[in-house]
Write a protein that binds this ligand. Structure first.
Ligand SMILES: NC(=O)c1ccc[n+]([C@@H]2O[C@H](COP(=O)([O-])OP(=O)(O)OC[C@H]3O[C@@H](n4cnc5c(N)ncnc54)[C@H](OP(=O)(O)O)[C@@H]3O)[C@@H](O)[C@H]2O)c1
Length: 241
């Protein structure tokens, strides 16, 4: 399939793997032009090559560390140059580093907060004016059930994902009258490489598949715009007992 000038344009952060990759894949199947980013070029190139099988010229990407505003601004310029507009932003890039408050280093703390929280502001700040030019858009923030449930050794991750909820709800109220929709999705355990897990571990069968979370994004895009499901919890139907 070739790139389409009329197609809507989506940007998915942290999409070389896991939930972001599955979301990019489904958006391509829905006919979107899609831009993806991640930090490691080799992984990004592999993902783009695989996604070309579905999307042809409708997939493009640029390396970007979402902790750095200058790199985010350059990513959005890449979106402008490649597809000329932006309709959907999926703020998905995230990391989980676990350690007690006592043991966690200052650098680890910054890594979690800057990746999972600062990036939401950087990307949304760039996205909103572009969506206004299109008279509307949709911003999805991928949070976590850890945004509601504190765990020991997860203070940074909890703080970032609790923060995501407050950020999302405030932004939703700012832009909803301008046809810019904001939803946040809070998954439970997902079978990905997150926190060093093995996505192919047969013992992890009970977890959500990344496609389960991606499907929520697609379903919300099809939702009647009269109402806004602004928050979605999604958890394994039968978690490990
Ligand atoms: N897996 C779970 O159990 C689970 C549960 C609830 C919520 N979540 C949330 O879902 C989101 C995606 O998680 P996942 O499980 O799909 O993770 P994953 O498989 O580890 O993939 C993370 C992706 O984000 C990229 N990334 C990480 N840091 C980045 C940065 N600073 N700038 C740009 N890209 C970055 C990674 O590529 P590079 O490393 O090359 O940058 C990779 O493409 C996260 O926000 C996570 O908190 C996951």
């Amino acid at each position: 399939m070739q790139s389409s000038d009329n197609a809507k344009v989506a940007l998915v952060t942290g999409a070389s793997l896991g939930i972001g990759y599955a979301t990019a894949q489904m958006l391509l199947k829905e006919g979107f032009n899609v831009v993806i980013c991640s930090r490691r070029k080799s992984e990004l190139d592999r993902a783009i090559n695989e996604l070309r099988e579905i999307g042809g010229d409708r997939i493009a990407g640029q390396t970007c560390d979402v902790r750095k505003y200058e790199e985010v601004a350059s990513l959005f310029q890449f979106v402008d140059k490649t597809f000329g507009a932006l309709d959907v932003l999926v703020n998905n890039a995230g990391v989980g580093l676990l350690a007690s408050v006592e043991k966690m280093t200052v650098e680890e703390w910054h890594t979690v907060i800057e990746t999972n929280l600062n990036s939401l502001f950087y990307c949304s700040h760039e996205a909103i004016p572009r969506m206004r030019k299109r008279s509307g858009g949709y911003i999805f923030n991928i949070g976590s059930l850890a945004g509601k449930n504190p765990h020991p050794n997860a203070s940074a991750y909890n703080a970032s994902k609790f923060g995501l909820i407050g950020f999302s709800e405030a932004m939703m109220q700012e832009v909803r009258h301008d046809n810019i929709r904001v939803s946040y999705i809070l998954p439970g355990s997902v079978r990905t490489s997150f926190k060093g897990s093995d996505p192919n571990d047969p013992m992890a069968d009970w977890k959500l598949a990344p496609e389960d979370v991606a499907q929520v994004v697609i379903d919300l895009l099809h939702h009647n715009p009269r109402s806004l499901p602004s928050a979605v919890d999604i958890r394994p139907s039968k978690p490990k007992k």
